[in-house]
Design a protein around this ligand. Structure first.
Ligand SMILES: [Zn+2]
Length: 249
């Protein structure tokens, strides 16, 4: 049961009849896996920790650099040179010491990724590499764990939720069937990205994770893209590919 401090801390959730104490308790009992502690993972991790998600595992092999601070708001100037997962963990725990955070200072794939995904209630893909995106998608499909996928570059961003528990829901490989290589992909390192645009998409990922973990609302359908230059959202239907090598069963 929540004590008085918790009831006060989360009162603005509990006032929402859709959330109430039961939804807040579900958040406290939930475990989110966030892969990537950069521009998307920063706001997603901070908002989920602040929201009262009980356990968060965050993985990132990189160290904080000066050029990251323009958008990766979980890190401070004093964190330059520190591992990003550790830095994000410190920020989350400064915000909410009740949140149990595990930092993984590694690039995760293979069996390690499979184990981490299977132990989570939701996975947030906050990476910027196609190889990681395909591996995370495959692991979430195999473990039957919902995936909240975000991406941002220059002035545009996109969001999709892939929930293997829903038989009608596509997976990331249904949406992007060609195995795009990392060499073809422009990363933020080469192409630039607008800071609050990345934050917007990371927050959108936190919104969808919050709903999945608390049982509030309905999951996002299809693909949403946002063009920061015009301020326009676009929504696309994405159908499950019956011949998808990842999710066809
Ligand atoms: Zn698929």
């Amino acid at each position: 049961m929540m004590d008085d401090q918790a009831l006060l801390r989360y009162s603005r959730h509990i006032m929402l009849p859709e959330v109430d104490i039961a939804g807040q308790e579900r958040l406290r009992g939930a475990h989110a896996l966030i892969i990537g502690a950069g521009g998307l993972g920063s706001p997603a991790s901070l908002y989920l920790a602040a929201s009262g998600v009980g356990r968060i595992t965050i993985a990132d092999a990189d160290v904080v650099e000066l050029s990251n601070l323009q958008r990766q708001i979980a890190h401070q100037q004093a964190d330059i040179g520190a591992n990003k997962a550790c830095s994000a963990k410190a920020s989350m725990q400064a915000l909410n010491s009740e949140c149990q955070v595990a930092a993984i200072e590694d690039y995760v794939d293979g069996e390690r990724l499979a184990q981490l995904v299977a132990a989570a209630d939701v996975v947030l893909d906050c990476t910027d590499r196609f190889s990681s995106r395909y591996a995370i998608n495959a692991a979430t499909q195999k473990a039957n764990v919902p995936l909240v996928s975000g991406a941002a570059i220059r002035f545009s961003g996109q969001l999709a939720v892939f929930d293997p528990r829903n038989p009608a829901c596509p997976c990331y490989a249904c949406l992007y069937p060609a195995n795009e290589s990392d060499d073809d992909a422009l990363s933020c390192a080469e192409s630039g990205v607008m800071a609050p645009l990345v934050g917007l998409i990371g927050c959108f990922q936190a919104v969808e994770a919050f709903k999945l973990l608390s049982g509030v609302g309905t999951a996002h359908h299809g693909l949403s893209t946002f063009d920061g230059l015009s301020g326009q959202w676009r929504h696309f239907q994405v159908l499950r590919d019956p011949a998808c090598p990842v999710c066809a069963r």
